[in-house]
Design a protein. Structure first.
Length: 365
């Protein structure tokens, strides 16, 4: 098990960083945040043109056929630059669900669109989403909270449960957000992160709406969530690494009591603690990516990585705000951009406590 990057992955990392430094400065991040959509259409088109939206998707569906580890390398840089848009939601989580569960026609129609950037997918799930049989077809009712980027989505994948007395497992269905009976309501969130309440009222589903087989959607969903969780950890690593570099640079030239604050032991310890946490998180994240690339069971590794990423988010936020001090809490300072997104990322796909509980449950005899 070698977690060293290949020559191609080093080139990917370097080229991604160079591109994002030019095309995604914090001014673009702020504009996307202020727009309320959390999205820059111009940047999205450029990213699609680079093939990033299909980096780990099969070549037969327009992707580049890379590994999850390749995607992890890329998303470290995406997180570092605070890149706005539904990259994780659409090109990782939802696209993997389609790849795992969809038939050839669904894969061709949807994944080709995801790779080109013309199709944007999102996932809605929750115990209150129910499918029911009616007049020889299926209908969908219920609601789902905190659905990311639903306002931009061309298709919503709903992970549903059956109405009483029907099949016993999860069914994955595609919903057109423009369909009758679908209502989207924007929800307030940190940093204007675009998330929505979706209400569905007896929405009729066409024959080709089901991804895979009825009541057999959970394995496809679980595997996609595992892969997306690893990629979410990579984004967190990138942000924390950037915060570490920012505070080290600042501590080297900010003078207090006649000397740089970086010479004070308390500041040094905060920086050192953050460095240890970043390196530990990187090891756990790449270990999980490697196991998934090898098609090995990786539930523990994914939970370890996500639990560590959550703690890393908190540590980076605390270190950044304590070293930069009061100015870092103003909207003009970039540190607040990093801390807000750290909060969003920690909650997404299970927070630290959730994954620690999962680990503890697996350890029971």
């Amino acid at each position: 098990m070698d977690f060293g990057l290949t020559e191609q992955q080093e080139i990917l990392r370097r080229s991604a960083r160079e591109f994002l430094e030019v095309e995604c400065p914090t001014s673009v991040v702020r504009q996307a945040e202020e727009s309320g959509e959390g999205h820059s259409p111009e940047l999205w088109r450029k990213i699609a043109g680079l093939g990033w939206l299909g980096i780990s998707l099969p070549e037969q569906f327009g992707g580049t056929g890379g590994s999850l580890t390749d995607q992890t390398v890329l998303f470290e840089e995406i997180g570092r630059a605070l890149t706005p848009g539904p990259l994780l939601t659409s090109s990782v989580l939802a696209a993997q669900i389609v790849l795992n569960a969809g038939n050839d026609a669904q894969k061709t129609a949807l994944i080709l669109g995801v790779v080109s950037g013309e199709v944007i997918l999102t996932l809605a799930k929750g115990e209150r989403l129910e499918t029911a049989s009616r007049d020889g077809g299926l209908t969908l009712s219920g609601d789902s909270l905190f659905v990311p980027y639903a306002g931009l989505a061309t298709h919503i994948i709903c992970a549903t449960r059956p109405a009483i007395g029907a099949w016993p497992d999860t069914t994955l269905v595609l919903v057109d957000p423009e369909s009758d009976g679908v209502t989207l309501t924007a929800m307030e969130s940190v940093a204007n992160y675009p998330q929505f309440l979706i209400d569905l009222d007896d929405v009729p589903l066409p024959d080709d709406a089901v991804l895979g087989e009825i009541a057999e959607g959970m394995p496809a969903l679980d595997l996609a969530v595992q892969r997306a969780t690893v990629v979410q950890c990579a984004e967190t690593l990138g942000r924390a690494q950037k915060v570490l570099e920012m505070v080290v640079e600042y501590a080297g030239h900010r003078v207090a009591f006649g000397r740089p604050i970086g010479t004070f032991q308390a500041v040094q310890h905060r920086c050192a603690d953050l460095r240890v946490a970043v390196d530990g998180g990187r090891m756990l994240t790449y270990q999980a990516a490697w196991k998934l690339d090898q098609c090995l069971p990786a539930g523990d590794e994914v939970s370890l990585a996500k639990a560590q990423a959550g703690m890393l988010s908190r540590l980076a936020t605390e270190a950044g705000h304590s070293i930069f001090a009061g100015i870092s809490f103003t909207v003009e300072h970039d540190m607040q951009l990093y801390s807000a997104r750290a909060k969003i990322a920690e909650a997404n796909l299970g927070d630290t406590e959730y994954h620690l509980d999962r680990l503890a449950a697996r350890m029971q005899p």
